[in-house]
Design a protein around this ligand. Structure first.
Ligand SMILES: Cc1cc2nc3c(=O)[nH]c(=O)nc-3n(C[C@H](O)[C@H](O)[C@H](O)COP(=O)(O)OP(=O)(O)OC[C@H]3O[C@@H](n4cnc5c(N)ncnc54)[C@H](O)[C@@H]3O)c2cc1C
Length: 384
């Protein structure tokens, strides 16, 4: 649903201009230096990028799913690290609070996440709890009005630079699977919480990802998201369900950019006395890529509109994430092919995006996990 088409078109144009004129020129620098310059982060705050999915009453712009999907397609037409800098605030790092936070928790944190004053992260994955996120080993033991949290979280986007951590831990040691998991809000500076330096990664340089170590971290019971023990896994799933739709947009943006770049490269590169764009086998790579981009976008927009209408899109969200992330991978692979040997050598957009988009098929549910979800839900809809 687009609430005010004229106003939204203006917002989209502003985002597009920012991405193309201020972010794209810094892509190579950010990839090399593994850091987004603070001056650009400040510009992201001014453009309002941190607040897109946070409700207006808490200082954000409260975009609908359809609006957010269109914005996500724009913000991701630059190396992924740029979007990841504010992506927590418009995705999983704030969504748990948005969907299940108490009014007091929302008042305390959402305006500062929306303005970009605070950076947040979502700390669910553990060494033994990846695809099976219900296998949480982190514990939170009640001690009077407090809880003592112990555990290790791995692969957490923005952990090294976060001010606010959404931490999932088991409050009921007897609770099996999803039961007995509780979500806590833990602020940086709380004794016992530490974040080692970021990992070295294949791609997405400039987006710090690391561990969160929790050793006897004492938090008051008011830090439980929603104030109720044992609801954490349901909260996580609500946040991830929306995030899958977001992520589909974030896969389509790079694929659109790559189609454009493939065309430019194919026109400018000459072989056999003519631009390689004249060769039909090169055109095939461009045509297949653009067709898949259109299919992914159509699926995403239909799903986003259904979500705005209040329909249950759990299965469709999985389809969007699966199809868009696999599309981004195939398009990036073809882009390297269109570049030829130059596509394998560093310092061009094909090589950079090829490394960046590889992650999309792994996090927020691997492709295999989404396939199993889709199969289960599809089979449950067909009468025996
Ligand atoms: C850069 C990066 C950023 C991340 N950011 C975050 C974050 O901010 N917060 C967070 O909580 N997590 C984050 N993650 C973690 C991410 O969500 C997990 O890596 C992902 O869920 C997969 O878990 P795993 O790595 O343990 O792989 P595993 O679960 O060990 O999977 C290994 C392989 O087995 C397959 N497999 C597993 N189970 C099944 C099954 N039932 N059926 C078929 N195949 C199966 C998988 O598909 C995969 O191919 C991030 C990861 C990375 C790499």
């Amino acid at each position: 649903m687009i609430r005010d088409p004229e106003q939204f078109a203006q917002l989209l144009q502003e985002v597009r201009t920012f991405v193309r004129t201020e972010c794209q020129p810094l892509e190579a620098q950010v990839d090399k230096e593994d850091e987004i310059p603070e001056a650009l982060v400040q510009r992201m705050r001014e453009v309002g990028l941190f607040g897109h999915s946070i409700p207006e009453e808490y200082g954000g712009s409260g975009l609908t799913s359809e609006e957010l999907s269109l914005v996500n397609i724009e913000v991701s037409q630059v190396a992924t690290a740029f979007r990841a800098r504010f992506g927590g605030a418009t995705g999983i790092a704030s969504e748990s609070l948005v969907v299940d936070g108490t009014p007091e928790q929302k008042r305390q944190y959402l305006p500062r996440l929306a303005s970009g004053e605070l950076t947040g992260c979502f700390a669910l994955t553990e060494p033994e709890a990846g695809s099976d996120a219900t296998a949480q080993k982190a514990t939170a033991v009640k001690d009077g009005d407090d809880y003592l949290i112990n555990g290790q979280k791995v692969f957490i986007t923005n952990a090294p630079i976060s001010d606010l951590f959404t931490v999932f831990a088991r409050t009921d040691p007897e609770g099996k699977g999803a039961n007995g998991i509780t979500a806590f809000l833990v602020e940086r500076g709380t004794p016992g919480l530490s974040t080692p330096p970021a990992y070295r990664k294949m791609g997405q340089h400039g987006s710090p990802v690391g561990e969160v170590l929790l050793e006897n971290v004492r938090v008051h019971k008011s830090a439980i998201i929603g104030g109720q023990e044992g609801q954490g896994f349901r909260t996580a799933m609500k946040a991830l369900n929306k995030q899958r739709i977001n992520l589909a947009g974030l896969c389509i943006g790079p694929a659109i950019r790559l189609v454009e770049e493939m065309v430019k490269r194919a026109r400018s590169r000459q072989q056999f006395g003519q631009p390689i764009a004249n060769f039909q086998l090169v055109q095939q790579m461009i045509a297949e890529s653009n067709t898949e981009v259109h299919a992914a976008r159509a699926l995403l927009m239909e799903t986003a509109r259904k979500r705005d209408n209040g329909e249950d899109v759990t299965m469709e969200a999985s389809m969007c994430k699966l199809f868009a992330s696999e599309t981004a991978g195939r398009v990036a692979d073809r882009a390297v092919q269109v570049w030829g040997g130059g596509g394998y050598v560093a310092d061009n957009v094909a090589e950079l995006f090829y490394r960046d988009v590889r992650l999309f098929r792994l996090y927020e549910g691997t492709s295999q996990i989404h396939l199993t979800n889709i199969a289960r839900r599809t089979m449950s809809r067909v009468a025996a």
